[in-house]
Ligand binder design. Structure first.
Ligand code: ADP
Ligand code: TYD
Length: 196
């Protein structure tokens, strides 16, 4: 089972991912994008570059995803693990569709099309829902993605993805205190894993 955590910067995904990881061991694989590989290093270098070409950046993230799939996600799923990834392909569909808006025609369709032949769609995606202002404030607005205006476009893209795949996404009210958010995530995981 592949579970992904998605949402705006500052929505609290990493806080939950760390709390889940701390209470589980055998049978679980905790992973994230950007990864810790050299592809992920290239991505982080690009995030820190205000003038990075957005199309080049899409392909850096996508290269990191391909490596993540073949080296981590697919082997862990083949072993029967529950894989929990802090960000995954929906981050590209939401963020790079925003950064490529005006550069390409129908950017989300294009990015989903690039992924479609090789990606592995998640079974469940927890969407950490916060207003863009909250996300930007919590994240500290330290890079080009953590700005309210940009995050508003990203949020609209996530909403489009949710309406395309209502059965895969579970919305989590991430404006709640951290303990409540974690309780809700544990409930959802208990339900989806119980049904598995
Ligand atoms: N539910 C919450 N309420 C208030 N602050 C939170 C909550 N969850 C996380 N935070 C704080 O917000 C900041 C960003 O959280 P983080 O988990 O790194 O978000 P993300 O991984 O989605 O960018 C951190 O300082 C974290 O302590
Ligand atoms: C995985 C991914 C991340 N991002 C962005 C979101 C973040 O601003 C940045 C780094 O991701 P991340 O380290 O997960 O940041 P955060 O914990 O603050 O959410 O990269 C994309 O634009 N596209 C992607 O495919």
């Amino acid at each position: 089972m592949l579970v992904t955590l998605e949402g705006l910067d500052g929505s609290g995904k990493t806080t939950v991912w760390e709390a889940l990881r701390a209470t589980r061991d055998d049978g679980w694989t905790f992973t994230r994008e950007p990864t810790g590989s050299w592809y992920g290093d290239a991505v982080r270098r690009s995030i820190g570059e205000p003038d990075a070409d957005p199309l080049a950046e899409l392909f850096l993230y996508t290269a990191d995803h391909a490596d993540h799939l073949s080296r981590t996600v697919r082997p862990a799923l083949a072993d029967g693990d529950v894989v929990v990834s802090d960000r995954y392909s929906d981050s590209r569909y939401a963020y790079q569709a925003a950064s490529l808006d005006g550069e390409l025609k129908r950017p989300m369709e294009y990015i989903r099309g690039v992924h479609q032949p090789f990606t592995r769609e998640p079974d469940v995606t927890l969407y950490f829902d916060v207003p863009p202002e909250t996300g930007a404030a919590r994240a500290g607005a330290t890079n080009k993605f953590e700005q309210t205006k940009f995050l508003s476009e990203v949020q609209a893209n996530y909403e489009e993805l949710i309406s395309m795949r209502p059965g895969r996404f579970v919305r989590i009210d991430a404006t709640r205190p951290p303990e409540d958010v974690l309780d809700r995530v544990e409930d959802v995981l208990g339900r989806v894993l119980g049904d598995d």
